[in-house]
Design a protein around this ligand. Sequence first.
Ligand SMILES: [Zn+2]
Length: 459
Amino acid sequence: MGSLFASDALLASGWARDVLVEWDAAGIISRVEPGGEPGKHARAAGPVLPGIPNVHSHAFQRAMAGLAEFRGHPTDDFWTWREEMYRLVMRLEPEDVEAIARHLYIEMLRHGYTTVAEFHYLHNDRDGRHYEDRPEMANRIVSAAEDAGIALTLLPVLYAHGGFGHKVLSSAQRRFEGDPAFVIELLRELAAFHLPNPRLRLGVAPHSVRAVDALMLTELVDAARRFDATMPMHMHVSEQVGEVTECIETHGTTPLAWINDLVEVDDRWCFIHATHLTRIETRALGATGACVGLCPMTEANLGDGIFEFVPWFETRGPWSIGGDSHVSVSPFEELRALEYSQRLRHRVRNVIADEDAPDVAANLWLGAARGGAQSTGHPAGAIAVGRRADLVVLDGSDLDFEGLDAAATLGVALFSGNSNRVRDVMVGGTAVVSQGVHAQQEAAATAFRASLKRLRGAR
Ligand SMILES: [Zn+2]
């Protein structure tokens, strides 16, 4: 049903020359043939990469990206940033959420993300009441993703407590409030209305060890498994030292050990941040097949800390990247930040590589694509038969690519400059970005601007 001939394509085994990629009517790749002839097939205008899933998004936070950068306190950290975020939360209406998400998802596509996992916790109205139409906010996210043409994993969040020890929710947190029954009912209504849809997966997200208790966590996971045994499950874990300390004080153990004791952790799980895992936890997690969802730009912005990537890479444990607060909408920037954080930590160059796999850029791109597909539950993440034709074409005419082979091209794209080198993007074989442009980008920007005007006018 569709085809693309690439002079260079990044396959799971590495770069290949003269690759013919064909896909069927459902947008699933049916043939990948290196060493082929272009014939009458459309020719890619540059090196072709698998699209990257963005595994951790709080879309509404795009409206405050870069807005918490004045020091309010000598120990400004995640918790003071969160106060600024809560001020935004108190003002958002459903139409704002949809406008912000639509614009954001188009930006993501234009930078090479082809799937997004939305960690969706803005469930309730400004007074903290469930909407009469329970999935009101969730439907806005689905609609934004459909308009943009990005594949979506929607993860309704369970957020029940304002902190350890069943702490009462603040007024902003009441917009997130729900119990396991609410989340499961939300899933049922979303499934009834939107499924089947090959571009949409549903999952669940117990928010964090501070926002759920043991009973709720097990109840949610059991019910979700009965609903769909393959469902992705995401959870924030060990992002903050303060959270780890409080968890040990309350439960007598670290966040991951507490979770592992209560529920079966396996390859359907994705743990977001995982910044402060101990070596023992890293080894234990590696044995489960679960993925870690790293958000390097947000973690740097919030001063969270640095994930110990080297032991994880050595085990070839699955990992993925997320835009989280959307201070960046580019996988190139996230992957660069990930590698640089490790260089600064270990004071050596080219960390995410070894003798078997020396090409840092290819390791970063392929790892994030593969782990991203696992985390989001979409058949994506590789240019391979049976996977969805989510393809990213770099601009082969870029000045900096002159005279380079494909491997060097990706290195330049990842480690130099700030211009966007993505030219064309396909999701399931359908062109969503052509020559750098998304058909709806202007209309989406206009609606986003109107929301920002209203939201910021109220500051
Ligand atoms: Zn998050």
